[in-house]
Design a protein around this ligand. Structure first.
Ligand SMILES: Cc1cc2nc3c(=O)[nH]c(=O)nc-3n(C[C@H](O)[C@H](O)[C@H](O)COP(=O)(O)OP(=O)(O)OC[C@H]3O[C@@H](n4cnc5c(N)ncnc54)[C@H](O)[C@@H]3O)c2cc1C
Length: 411
């Protein structure tokens, strides 16, 4: 296929679909290419949170106690396989260094510049696409067992970042979540976060809007990207595609197509699992809930109650190790009446860069090769804002936020 002056976007997750919509809005002809249905990769399997209540991009803890717990491989929030540690040693060291006090400050500021726009950018795409019905303005609840922890002034901690949190005592928590089985001292309600009740369907609806406006989606696996004259040749299982410019938005698979071009991406693969359960008769969960330190999250979704794990550091394609999702399920069952599992466990990978910021920009020394990946723990949140920034840079428009921290020169 000759896509001529077209832009070909590789990957129809939240990042690629958002970029395709933004390029289309600016009059660019776009072909969106994915081996699977739009929104069926990492962008389907996450916790569905447009996370407007976080000031930092998940830095590595620095205190010795936590690091020792991690080293012993018994922490519920992070487990590792030896192959994962060895294969990502350089990236992990970078991640740890960038988490240190002197460095995390500026990284956090760049992170918030993108995150602060995230919800507005979601609505700007979701409303015209008919996807806004999948957004629930419910925030999430941090469940607290120890009454002393409830006394901490969390609002004062996060106020400098414009984040709102309210404290629920046990009676208020019972009104908010009448079916929690265990007594909790209360909860913190992180109100600004929005929950997407079916993240895969949400991305699919955005992609459908792209098609309805004349965009083209091609189902084929990318086998390689090579320079051809002033443009690019993309070898796929559906034949070769030629294009003037390419956007690599393949999430955790992005490094695979870039390696043969001499671009080595130091991506960290932070794997995570989910599984859906039916609620036991009469049980309702109104908010996503998390017990700090438990290493799991429970989210009410359209397809059931989604129980998710923390991080597993393992080679991206290593076989699943179901211990984490089993213990997440067991922990959730202690406070919520779950009935049968509705599907087998799902395994996905958070694509993280060592400086915890996504890569958004043109590859150094490869004109016409644009990069859009590395969104880590917050890619669902950031996708629409990242897609806008990329489209602005590609079309020479003034960028709505400073693109420098996200530049591909970091690679
Ligand atoms: C357990 C878990 C929980 C999470 N929770 C949240 C959350 O609550 N909030 C949040 O903001 N983020 C969350 N995230 C992170 C978020 O899901 C990701 O950062 C985000 O989905 C990445 O989007 P993407 O478009 O870059 O990648 P993807 O959604 O993975 O899209 C990449 C696409 O590339 C396609 N592809 C790959 N290889 C090829 C090939 N060779 N040829 C053709 N197509 C190919 C795939 O099929 C896929 O559709 C979570 C992640 C995990 C794993």
């Amino acid at each position: 296929m000759d896509a001529g002056g077209q832009v070909v976007v590789l990957g129809a997750g939240i990042a690629g679909v958002s970029a395709a919509l933004h390029l289309q809005q600016r009059g660019v002809s776009v072909l969106l290419l994915d081996r699977a249905k739009p929104g069926s990769g990492t962008s389907h399997g996450n916790a569905g949170l447009i996370e407007m209540s976080t000031a930092l991009p998940h830095p590595c803890p620095q205190d010795l106690g936590t690091l020792v717990r991690y080293a012993l491989n018994r922490a519920p929030d992070l487990r590792w396989q030896p192959g994962g540690l060895l294969g990502m040693a350089g990236g992990l060291y970078g991640y740890w260094r960038n988490s240190r006090p002197g460095r995390i400050g500026p990284i956090g500021a760049s992170f918030r510049a993108l995150m602060g726009k995230a919800l507005d950018e979601h609505r700007a795409l979701a409303v015209p696409a008919g996807a806004a019905g999948l957004l629930r303005d419910c925030g999430w609840l941090e469940l607290v067992r120890d009454p002393r922890l409830l006394e901490v002034d969390r609002q004062a901690e996060v106020a400098p970042h414009g984040i709102r949190v309210s404290r629920l005592d046990s009676a208020a928590l019972e009104r908010a979540e009448p079916h929690l089985r265990q007594p909790f001292a209360g909860a913190f309600h992180w109100q600004a976060t929005v929950s997407i009740t079916d993240p895969g369907a949400y991305v699919a609806r955005l992609a459908a809007a792209f098609v309805a406006r004349g965009g083209e989606v091609m189902a084929a696996k990318v086998q390689g990207v090579t320079r051809q004259g002033a443009g690019w040749r993309i070898a796929t299982t559906g034949g070769a595609v030629h294009a003037a410019r390419v956007v690599v938005a393949l999430g955790p698979w992005s490094p695979d197509v870039l390696r043969p071009l001499g671009l080595r991406v130091p991506m960290l693969f932070k794997r995570g699992y989910h599984r859906h359960f039916a609620a036991a008769e009469g049980t309702v969960l109104n908010h996503p809930v998390h017990v700090p330190g438990s290493g799991h999250l429970v989210v009410p979704m359209d397809m059931g109650i989604r129980v998710l794990t923390g991080v597993e550091l393992a080679p991206r394609d290593a076989p699943p190790d179901l211990r984490q999702i089993r213990s997440a399920e067991a922990a959730a069952r202690t406070y919520l009446a779950l009935a049968e599992a509705l599907d087998p466990p799902w395994l996905g990978t958070r694509p993280c860069m060592p400086d915890m910021l996504p890569v958004i920009g043109e590859a150094t020394a490869h004109p016409g090769l644009w990069l859009l990946f590395g969104h880590g723990h917050h890619g669902l949140t950031q996708g629409p804002a990242s897609g806008r920034l990329l489209a602005e840079l590609m079309t020479g428009e003034a960028p709505f936020i400073d693109p420098a921290p996200f530049s591909a020169h970091r690679l």
